[in-house]
Design a protein around this ligand. Sequence first.
Ligand SMILES: C[S@@+](CC[C@H](N)C(=O)[O-])C[C@H]1O[C@@H](n2cnc3c(N)ncnc32)[C@H](O)[C@@H]1O
Length: 244
Amino acid sequence: MIEILKAVKYIINKAENRVKPKREYDQFYATEITLIKRIKLLSKFKFEKIIFLGDDDLNSLCLGYYKKLKKEKAEIFVLDIDKDQIDFIEKISEEENLEIKTIYQDIRDALPKDLKNFDLAFFDPPYTPNAVKIWLIRALEILLGSGTNKERKDYNFLKNKYIFMCYGYTDKSLERGLKIQKIISDLGLIVQAKYRKFNKYTGAESINNESDLYIIQPTPKVNLKEIDYWKNKKIEEKIYTYEV
Ligand SMILES: C[S@@+](CC[C@H](N)C(=O)[O-])C[C@H]1O[C@@H](n2cnc3c(N)ncnc32)[C@H](O)[C@@H]1O
């Protein structure tokens, strides 16, 4: 636990003067305690390759620095549309020799072909149903790779694949959570755990400055048709909260 605290404090201090969160990308920064809780949870899971699909919270740097302190290995990737966040993560990763790999792109665009066979995808998408669906589809493409349908639905293959997703709705808007539950089920995924109000933020009043953390896994009923349909294609949807 001491290494987690050290890692998060170190990265947060380094990030003191970085750019302000950008409204156009639905950014709100998570609190230090939230980062500590996320790294603690991640430290309980086994993974060799992890990707953060959007990372204005700097989870990747906290995890990378924690792994460095623990002398543990993991390949850490970050994909983000925001060049400032990518540049900052690259800078600190180089200074601290964390070897985090970055991909500067809009998740709606077709993914690079070699982005496959990851164990875990973590994301805190814009809080709209369209965004959740797109982030889940892209995460599944990255986790499941390009084997045959039989290989990608194999229990032994699926049992080590995880999606950690943050999503917020208040106690007065449970129906917003229900919509998300349907998207998850329609894609053939199962919620293995859900921690209500796990994440806390500053500046996200519309969701009461908090959101849930879902731990999701693909089942053998995973909707490969939908995932494969969007491979190599741009997904043209409005995804940000101010757009819908
Ligand atoms: C959507 S923001 C939300 C995070 C925030 N903590 C919250 O509670 O709302 C998370 C990350 O996704 C990134 N992001 C937003 N739109 C994106 C897109 N179209 N493609 C890739 N990353 C995106 C943002 O730059 C940010 O780093």
